[in-house]
Structures are given as C-alpha cells and as structure tokens.
Design a protein around this ligand. Structure first.
Ligand code: FAD
Length: 628
C-alpha cells in the first residue's frame, strides 16, 4: 500500500485545525509528522508543489543533480544580476512534497560544536547550543546501515574504525543513512593527497569537530537503493493518520486584494490571517489564505501557524502578511502588523568554485557511463535487479579546513588585522556586526572550518566524449557577504527579489582565492597528481579572481532570512522560534539559521524541524496541564 492520496480542498477547508504548517518541505514535514503523533490534534500541511511518488528522477541516486531547474519540481527562480560577478544565478529549491530534500545531493554531515554554540549568543534565551541541539540532530538519524563500503577508500585504517566513525550518529531515527559501497578511483587518491598535506582523516566528524577529510553518509536507503526524503522518512509513515491532512498545489496567498488576478493552475499559500485583537501587544495568528487554480480559500487553526516555506519564501509570506519593515510594506500598500525590519535580510549562501581535471586513461569515474555503453547497460541491469552497483553510488567525500590552515601565515595575519579594524564598522546592520565578530574569532582561532573541498567524480564542463574527469570544488562556508530577499509587489505569485550579494565583501574573494590555491596544491600532491593528465596553466591572482567570478556557483544552502536572534539587533524569531511580536506564529526551516554554518545544511534543517515540534509539544503539554 502506498502513501494515501493528499486531502481534497473541500475536506481541508472544512477542518478546524489545531496547527497549520505552510510548506511540506524538509522541516515542515518533520513538524507535521511529530505534531500529528497526538491523535487529538488536527494538523494540516499546505504545500504548493505536488506529491511525486515512485519517480525515478527523484528516487534514483544516479539522477541526483539532474533535476536542478526542472519546472516539474523546482520554483524556477533567479537572483538579481550579481554586481561582482556580472550575471544572475539560478536559485534551485524544491517545489514538491519533500521540498529541497527531494532535490538535494544526498550528502549528510553536520557542523562543529562551536558553530551551534554561536547561535546561543544571538538570542535572549538559549536551548540552541551544541549540547541542547545535538539530541535533535541524532533523533533524525538512522545510521544503523551506514557501515560497509571500502574502508581504505573511506580513509579508514581498519574495519574496526567503522564503529568509531559512526558512533556519534543517531540510530533508529526516520532518516536512513548509508555509505557508498563503491568508490571511484579518485576517492582514495584524494584522501591520501589531503593526508599528505597534513589534513588528517576525521574518524568522528559527527562528534563536534568536523575538520579534516572524510566520507559522508548519504540519504540513500541501502535496501531499496532509493533516496530518502522528508516525504519517505516523515510524511509517508504518518500519512494514514486521520488527524493529518496534506493539501498539495496550494500556495498561501491574499484574497482581500481584488486587484490580483490568479491564473489557472497556479496554487500557493499567500497570507497568514490574524485575529483583530492582540494579546499583550502581540499579534495572534488564526489561519491562512491560499489559492488553488485561481480560486481563493482559507483554513483556520486554533493553536498555531508554522511557516516552513524555506529561506526564500518564508520572508515572502511574512511580508505579504504584514510582517516586515514598515517602510517597505507601506511602499507596497500592505498594512504593517508587526514592524520587523529583519525579515528577508541576512540571506546567506555557500559559494563554490570548481577546477576540472582530466583523468588518465583507466581511471574510473562516473564518466564511464558516458564513455562505455556496455558498462552503462550492465549497471542499469544490476540496479534494476538488486538496487546496487554504480547507479546506486554517489559523490560523498569531502574535506573541511579552517582558512588559517590553507593560507600562508603572514598573508592570513595581515588580512585578519585589516578585517578586525574594518569589518564590524562595515557591517550592514547590528545582527551582521555581532556575527562578524563571532566569525572573526573563529577565523583567528582556526577551530572551525571556513572552507570545504568537495570531490566530484565526473566531468561537469566542456567534456570530451571519450575522456574521464574529476572536479575539485572549493566552497566558502563562512561568507561575510549578506544578501536580501524581499517581495517586489503585493502579488503573491510574483517571485521575490533575491539578491545574495555574492562576493560583495572582500573577505569572500580573499577566501575563494585561498581555496583555489589550495586545490592547485592538492592536485599537485601524490597520489592525486599521478592520475591527472594536465593542470590548468599557472594564473596570477588577478586572473584567478577573474576565473572565480566566472565560475562561481551557488551551494544551494540558502539560510538566515528569518534569523533566530534578538529583535533589537534585527532578529525575526526568538529561541522559541516564534516570530517577534506574535504569540503563535513560528518559523521552522533554514531561514532561522542565524549565521553561516560550515556544513551541508539538510541535517541541521531536519533537526530544526524536530526541535520546533518539541517546543510546540512542550508548550501544548504545559498549557494542558495548567488547564486541568
Ligand atoms: C540542489 C540542491 C542540492 C543540495 N544538496 C544538499 C546536500 O547534498 N546535503 C545537504 O545537507 N543539503 C543540501 N541542500 C540543502 C538542503 O536540501 C536545504 O537547505 C533544505 O532541504 C531546506 O529545507 P527547508 O525546510 O528550509 O525548505 P524546503 O525543503 O525547500 O521546503 C520548503 C517547502 O515550502 C513550499 N512552499 C514555499 N512557498 C510556499 C507557499 N507560498 N505555499 C505553500 N508552500 C510553499 C515549497 O514548495 C517547499 O516544498 C541542497 C539543496 C539544493 C536545492
């Protein structure tokens, strides 16, 4: 029996919900599944996209990265033209049940202790340091099958190391993790070359310090060979509950504005509804408006509304609903309900530059699928039969380093001194000023990574049909540039204006230059050097900067636009995840991550969902206990 079909519009609007969740994505489905564990609570999810089940493009590992900007699953939005780079960027994010968890690259990792500890200082209350957050990170995970694979390829010395390496991962949670069981030839060479350069293999990257080289678990179910998403991990097991309703193709909107014409087949949540009266000077949310196929509807919730629309659309919905900077909202003719200038500010993303290397003949990379049709055919049969083989394999090997480790000491020192003088003054707002001083501290101490180096075992650009390639990517994890995302009009169907301001802070270019030089060094180090046909020509710093600007890519890790921080410094939600100035409107998604974190962010986002559900359940239990 598959997952039951989503709710009808009639059944959805007829339900008096306790909780409504806007966005059935990564965090939203966690919150929905957890809240609906209590059968006496009615829980509704409104998702703009559709439920895609048994869809090979989503499920099968070899299709990973092939769905970016596919209108079937993606919001198809772009940034503004980025002034430092001279072009706009495609913004990739899921528009389907499961959200971006269904489009991502399946890499599973987490940040270091200090990075989560940093969140605490930005809010009044706490509960978001490493020790408090870690149980939620592990609650998500089931690493019981994340063993196996080639130990040497994974940088392990002996099979016994498996227990060590995975001991900090959770077991028994909804998200099944696995390891690759096959590794391309560049993987062990990449690991050894980093070791040669003094980067150790990290045998416990989930234990609070994730610097070093390691192989990440993947969100691939080793039994079915299919990708695990928030849908398969959280929604499907809960979907037969009669107290959980999912409405798909439903975007939250604003019906009171008759000047907006809704075209057919467009559907989304457009607005949060509030009671006319306030409680203790705070707004009380009571429902949402949404549209399906051009028709407007509303649904009501007696307890809370939770926005989980992701870092791009959560601020859009808040602004459409009258929560944001008063001046900006007035300019759009939207009545301000809560003047909250931080909404849509503080957009953070990781950025990457790539260098592609042609591999010597005989070096096995994923390009073999292109080069050798027989191989592709056999692997297809293997995957169809046993869900194993090269079609179940993914790129999963990475390295996190501090910037200090990859930069010459005098250059690093000069930069740090210059930044200490200039950076806090140059911060765009108070929240950024506080973040910058935390980031500078981490830079100086070198105890958290600022850079990530990923290995992609395939050619990505200008490939010759018969040749194999691999790509070394350098990713800036701790940028100082801060972007914005804001509505452009009160039409909920107009995409927001997205300006990540990539590379606008000069530190970011400095760090990318250091990353590029580190890749050059790595590629010239044995045994990696031995499998490379030729290196790019030596380039001056100016030429490298031109190359970085030309090749810069988004990491698709948008975060920070409804930052969890104090209201007086520009925060949008408190540590209880409630939007400042409201009693019962929470945000649970990547937008609450207050400052850059050096990791692929899905595990953190899932854990935010778990933590949000726990906060809500605790508050509910307290209220019920006191009313008995
Ligand atoms: C291409 C790509 C590759 C990535 N690779 C990795 C990786 O390998 N490892 C990793 O850890 N992280 C990765 N990430 C990042 C990670 O997947 C995301 O940061 C995370 O899934 C975001 O979760 P979220 O809950 O904030 O938002 P989402 O999962 O995007 O959920 C938001 C949901 O809200 C819905 N929605 C939005 N607006 C409305 C509206 N108005 N009405 C109704 N519904 C609405 C959307 O359709 C969507 O389903 C990647 C991301 C992308 C895009």
């Amino acid at each position: 029996m598959g997952t039951p079909l989503p709710s009808s519009i009639e059944a959805f609007v007829a339900t008096q919900f306790d909780y409504i969740i806007i966005g059935g994505g990564t965090a939203g489905l966690v919150v929905a599944a957890r809240l609906s564990e209590n059968p006496s609570l009615q829980v509704g999810i409104l998702e703009a996209g559709f439920l895609h089940q048994n869809d090979a493009l989503i499920d099968e590992p070899h299709n990973i990265a092939k769905n970016n900007w596919n209108p079937k699953y993606d919001w198809m939005s772009s940034t503004s033209r980025q002034s430092k780079v001279g072009r706009p960027f495609q913004i990739v994010r899921g528009k389907l049940v499961g959200g971006s968890s269904a489009l991502n690259y399946a890499v599973w990792d987490r940040g270091s202790r200090e990075e989560y500890d940093n969140w605490k200082g930005l809010s009044d209350e706490n509960g978001w340091d490493w020790e408090s957050f870690r149980p939620f990170l592990t609650k998500v995970e089931d690493a019981s099958m994340a063993v196996g694979g080639q130990n040497e390829a994974r940088g392990r010395k002996a099979p016994a190391d498996d227990t060590l390496a995975d001991s900090s991962l959770g077991v028994g949670g909804p998200v099944k993790l696995s390891r690759n069981s096959l590794y391309t030839d560049p993987v062990p060479a990449y690991i050894k070359a980093w070791n040669e350069l003094g980067q150790p293999t990290n045998l416990d990257p989930f234990g609070g310090d994730h610097r070093g080289v390691y192989d990440c678990p993947r969100t691939i179910d080793p039994e079915s060979g299919k990708r695990i998403t928030a849908t398969s991990a959280y929604y499907s097991p809960a979907s037969s509950r009669t107290n959980l309703k999912l409405l798909v193709g439903a975007e939250v909107m604003r019906t009171s504005q008759v000047d907006i014409i809704y075209a057919d087949n467009r559907a989304q949540v457009t607005k949060i509804l509030f009671k006319p009266e306030m409680v203790d000077g705070r707004r009380v949310a009571c429902g949402v408006e949404f549209a399906v196929d051009g028709k407007a509807y509303s649904a009501s919730a007696s307890m809370e509304i939770i926005i989980s629309a992701g870092a791009i659309q959560t601020p859009q919905i808040l602004e459409l609903s009258g929560i944001g900077d008063a001046g900006r909202l007035e300019g759009m003719n939207i009545q301000t309900l809560v003047d909250l200038p931080g909404v849509g500010e503080n957009l953070i993303d990781h950025t990457f530059t790539h260098i592609q290397y042609q591999a010597k003949h005989g070096v096995l990379t994923f390009d073999k699928f292109r080069i050798d049709p027989k191989f592709a055919e056999v692997e297809k049969e293997t995957y169809e039969k046993s869900r194993t083989g090269w079609m179940a394999a993914t790129d999963s090997t990475t390295t996190f380093t501090s910037l200090r480790e990859i930069t010459e000491e005098p250059v690093f020192q000069a930069k740090i001194e210059a930044m200490t003088l200039a950076t806090t003054k140059g911060a765009p707002n108070r929240l950024a000023a506080e973040q910058f001083s935390i980031q500078l501290d981490g830079l100086e101490k070198g105890n958290v990574p600022q850079m990530e180096f990923i290995l992609f075992s395939r050619g990505l650009i200008n490939v010759e049909e018969e040749e194999s390639y691999f790509v070394l990517s350098s990713g800036l994890q701790s940028p100082f540039s801060r972007g914005t995302v804001h509505i452009q009009s009160k039409d909920p169907f107009e995409q927001p204006f997205i300006d990540p301001c990539y590379l606008t802070h000069d530190f970011d270019l400095f760090a990318h230059l250091a990353g590029y030089r580190a890749i050059e060094k790595l590629a010239q180090t044995a045994p990696l050097a031995a499998i490379i046909v030729k290196h790019p020509p030596p380039r001056s710093d100016d030429k490298v900067i031109q190359y970085i600007c030309a090749s810069l890519a988004s990491g698709y890790h948008y975060m920070g636009t409804a930052a969890m921080a104090r209201r007086d410094i520009g925060g949008v939600v408190g540590s209880d995840l409630k939007v400042h100035g409201t009693t019962n409107l929470r945000v649970a998604d990547a937008s609450i991550i207050p400052m850059p974190i050096a990791t692929h962010i899905q595990s953190t986002v899932y854990a935010i969902g778990e933590k949000a559900a726990n906060l809500i359940q605790t508050e509910y239990a307290k209220a019920n206990a006191s009313s008995i």
